[in-house]
Write a protein that binds this ligand. Structure first.
Ligand SMILES: Nc1nc2c(ncn2[C@@H]2O[C@H](COP(=O)(O)OP(=O)(O)OP(=O)(O)O)[C@@H](O)[C@H]2O)c(=O)[nH]1
Ligand SMILES: [Mg+2]
Length: 203
């Protein structure tokens, strides 16, 4: 089976953005566009279907014509809650996630995640920037839904800890660590604007 052609992509946009005063980060403007639009443009061509996981502003997010899914767990329990809700409605064999606050998302994210997962013969692969894993950039097989639901139902929230319960593959992105730069503060927005100008260099 060709894994890359059977992928549901999920943009995680369900956070509180406390470091940005509680704004909905996916809708924060960068270079004249809401950040989520920049991510959609790079991520969508890598997927069969793209979903947006958001807990606020569904009317505004609906303008992109993509299916929306909110966290089933209330109270902003973290990205794993978004992953679980998205995996539940995923119809393809694999799901790939990326955050809404990473406008430099790699153009070969799905390809590298799929290759590492296939070559290790496992059900999860996670991006690695050369220094550390980037857990919100990952590929998860649909078969892990029960494990993920059970983990959250037990009150657990830590992504890395859940990954470690399974054998997972590492997808190497050490040649482009800057693609994982994410926007958490207003200063990050300014810095990203400068970087966007030399974007091709990074990606
Ligand atoms: N679905 C969902 N996604 C979340 C949640 N918390 C964080 N995320 C997502 O996880 C990714 C990384 O989030 P962070 O930048 O660490 O957190 P944030 O909530 O966006 O911002 P801070 O509150 O400033 O930490 C982003 O894509 C967020 O949208 C949550 O409770 N639910
Ligand atoms: Mg972030």
């Amino acid at each position: 089976m060709n894994i890359e052609s059977e992928i549901t992509g999920v943009i995680l946009a369900g956070g509180q953005a406390r470091r940005m005063g509680g704004k909905d980060k996916g809708l924060v403007m960068l270079n004249g566009k809401p950040m989520i639009e920049i991510v959609i443009n790079i991520f969508k061509p890598q997927t069969t279907k793209l979903l947006i996981n958001a807990n606020r502003n569904h009317v505004r997010y609906s303008q992109y014509g993509l299916e929306l899914v909110a966290d089933e767990l209330s109270g902003f329990c973290g990205p794993l809650a978004g992953m679980a809700s998205a995996l539940k409605i995923t119809k393809t064999e694999y799901m790939v996630t990326a955050p809404c606050d990473s406008p430099f998302i790699p153009r070969d994210l799905v390809l590298r995640l799929a290759n590492s997962l296939k070559s290790k013969g496992v059900e999860i692969s996670v991006a690695h920037d050369g220094e550390r894993i980037q857990p919100v950039f990952c590929m998860i097989k649909k078969t892990l839904l029960q494990s993920l639901s059970d983990y959250l139902a037990a009150g657990e929230r830590k992504i890395d800890h859940w990954f470690k319960k399974h054998d997972f593959a590492i997808a190497d992105f050490s040649d482009k660590p800057d693609t994982f730069d994410n926007i958490n503060t207003h200063d990050d927005v300014e810095n990203a604007l400068l970087k966007l100008k030399s974007y091709e260099k990074y990606n």
